[in-house]
Design a protein. Structure first.
Length: 370
């Protein structure tokens, strides 16, 4: 029987609660008997800082490098506001992304039929929504150097972040975008700010060139300035299929896209590296887009669906288990259709807890497997 190793990094805030939820789903798939998932747990973020004085320990980096896939909860919280900048909880996450070269971040925004009323947009604008934001994750202003605050001679301070992209960094992301579009509705919208930024000019050129010269003529490519893209996302999001954009614009646009679907608590993500030349396996990390939500941490109220759907993406993209991933997606949709709602998506009334939602998903999995 095939066996896959998963490194579970629950992290902070609601991270551990939604990780427990995901673990129940992972175990359910193991119990079906066709593949075994071996889960190892370790610390990340503030939890790791409290234990080792570092937001990720070297030993954890080692586990992350050798695992078949990583499931990541969430990091951060007010408790760590005062820790040194280099050891803030988010630094552990950024190091994983950078050191494992997880350059392609897939953030789908799907509107579940049962939740079409939960969005702040009109129902007709988001019913049936199924878009994918492909965010560059290891470059741009997140990592560009210099990145510093310096004190000037007159005592004023000057802060610098550097937006930087090279041709190969843009080209490899564009290829992932075109490949993904082929499996969907066949359209890519590339977003940058070429009217203001040199990196936007290069971005636009490289995406255009990859499209024209690498045989992606079957995919429609359009370009949009990122600010206009943000506006179009809230005006008529169904015009998009795959949005390809840089690290910072992708961060912002994916939060906007998340809210279209009714709740940030619903959105999974996958961060993928390049396939290994020998094995074909990609380094990969799966994480919910929502953060650590310290305000509700420990209350059992967190919506586990983003984390569960992240494991679904893991099945699909790391283990080629598309059928099982479809089944999990269907189980989540069916669970929602029964009316079960965590507080973030509830319409007043009594909300279900994290565990109730997992119970509902498992009950639907049982039905689909029967
Ligand atoms: C995200 C988060 C992270 C980011 C933070 C936690 C560093 O907002 O994954 O979208 O900015 O990339
Ligand atoms: Mn973000």
């Amino acid at each position: 029987m095939a066996s896959h190793s998963l490194l579970l990094l629950p992290g902070d805030g609601i991270g551990p609660e939604v990780s427990d939820a995901a673990e129940r789903i992972v175990d359910w798939f193991t119990r079906q008997g066709s593949v075994a998932f071996e889960i190892e747990r370790d610390l990340i973020g503030g939890a790791a800082y409290d234990a080792h004085g570092q937001s990720i320990a070297e030993s954890t980096m080692g586990l992350a490098t050798s695992a078949d896939a990583i499931l990541f909860g969430a990091v951060g919280g007010p408790k760590w506001d005062g820790v040194p900048y280099d050891q803030r909880p988010e630094a552990g996450l950024l190091r994983l992304r950078k050191d494992l070269d997880l350059f392609a971040n897939l953030r789908p925004a799907i509107c579940y039929p049962a939740l079409a009323g939960a969005s702040s947009l009109k129902q007709e604008a988001i019913e049936g929504l199924d878009i994918l934001i492909l965010r560059e994750l290891t470059g741009g202003v997140y990592f560009g150097e210099p990145k510093e605050i310096v004190t000037l001679e007159n005592g004023d301070k000057r802060a610098v972040d550097t937006q930087v992209y090279t041709t190969p960094e843009i080209a490899r992301l564009a290829r992932v975008g075109f490949e993904l579009a082929r499996t969907r509705s066949g359209k890519v919208t590339s977003m940058e700010k070429r009217n203001v930024m040199r990196s936007g000019v290069l971005w636009n050129e490289v995406v255009t060139k990859v499209h024209a010269e690498e045989g992606y003529g079957d995919v429609t490519l359009e370009h949009m300035l990122a600010d206009a893209g943000g506006m179009q996302l809230v005006r008529w999001p169904k015009q998009f299929d795959v949005i390809v954009t840089d690290n910072l614009f992708g961060d912002m646009l994916s939060d906007v896209a998340a809210m279209l679907t009714g709740s940030l608590g619903m959105l999974p993500s996958a961060s993928l590296g390049a396939p290994d030349e020998a094995s074909g396996m990609r380094k990969a990390m799966y994480e919910p887009v929502h953060g650590s939500a310290p305000d509700i941490a420990g209350t059992g109220a967190a919506n586990p669906l983003a984390m569960i759907a992240s494991f679904g993406m893991c099945l699909r993209y790391s283990f080629d288990m598309g059928q099982e991933a479809d089944m999990l997606d269907a189980a989540m949709a069916n669970a929602l259709a029964t009316g079960v709602r965590t507080a973030d998506i509830a319409d007043g009334g009594n909300a279900a807890g994290t565990g109730d939602m997992v119970d509902a998903v498992i009950a639907e999995l049982e039905k689909l497997a029967a």
